[in-house]
Design a protein around this ligand. Structure first.
Ligand code: SAM
Length: 257
């Protein structure tokens, strides 16, 4: 038994040393989905991000991952998002002291206003599932990477393809509906990307205990967000029912050929 609150349980330096230096209350205040810093910190172990690189944070939300990229890796970030106004994200970047390293851009993922081959890396945390599953998307996105540039994506994923199961598992369908058909396995992503011969996939894995991380996040949000218990109850229940059988995160990285 522990007397830690659910929010305090988000500080886990043994597993996520970099993320643990960020105030969990700040991160929950920017919540749009399960702990984006844990996902990014883990994903980054499969990438080679170096100071001065130009990195696109695609589907950057309210700004936490862009702050993390600028601070932890010294990269120059373009934070591109569709649902969050650029001014709102820019205020988060400024407050965090990285306004000089991060540019917020309001854009839709299929009409990106960037020059071809203008990024050293593209990172996408918990957003690719909304726009990136069509056959033509990887080829489109790869066009913005310089040759040898890196792509890294963390997305809700499942240990089995819905197609192979024949249906979305009932406990998942009850909460997220048809959207779960985009929660592909790492191997699905590996094939989908590699078959284009435009990139070489460098890693494709389910995050170790990603299901457990997701549950920790949902419980913390339930604890502190206004109306959080009610709002997060369905997700907590979905994850508890799942018990790690299907749900987690697919972490996939690649290099442009
Ligand atoms: C679940 S939120 C995650 C935000 C952030 N990456 C994080 O982890 O906190 C998904 C993000 O994807 C972005 N998104 C969804 N569809 C998009 C699209 N078609 N084009 C660009 N961004 C999109 C949304 O604006 C939203 O910020």
């Amino acid at each position: 038994m522990t007397d830690k609150t659910a929010v305090q349980a988000l500080v886990r330096p043994e597993r996520y040393p970099r993320s643990s230096t960020y105030d969990p209350a700040w991160l929950i205040g920017l919540d749009m989905g399960p702990n984006p810093l844990w996902l990014l910190e883990d994903l980054a172990t499969d990438l080679d991000l170096r100071p001065g690189m130009r990195v696109l944070d695609l589907g950057s939300g309210k700004g936490a991952t862009s702050v993390f990229l600028a601070r932890e890796f010294g990269v120059d970030v373009v934070a591109a998002d569709w649902w969050v106004p650029a001014e709102e994200a820019a205020a988060v970047h400024a407050e965090a002291g990285v306004a000089d390293k991060v540019e917020a851009v309001h854009t839709e993922a299929h009409v990106l206003p960037f020059e071809p081959e203008s990024f050293d890396a593209i990172v996408c945390v918990d957003a690719f599932e909304y726009f990136g599953t069509a056959d033509g998307y990887l080829p489109y996105l790869a066009g913005f990477l310089r040759p040898g540039g890196q792509l890294g994506m963390a997305t809700p994923g499942m240990t089995r393809e819905v197609r192979d199961l024949g249906a979305i598992p009932a406990h998942v369908k009850a909460v997220v509906g048809w959207e779960a058909i985009a929660w592909h396995t790492p191997e699905w992503w590996r094939f989908q990307w590699e078959v284009t011969e435009l990139v070489t996939v460098t890693s494709a894995r389910m995050q170790a205990d990603g299901w457990g991380d997701w549950l920790l996040w949902a419980r913390a949000c339930a604890e502190v967000q206004p109306g959080g218990e009610e709002a997060n109850a369905p997700v907590v229940e979905m994850l508890e029912t799942d018990g790690g059988e299907y749900l987690g995160f697919a972490l996939v990285t690649a290099r442009k050929v």
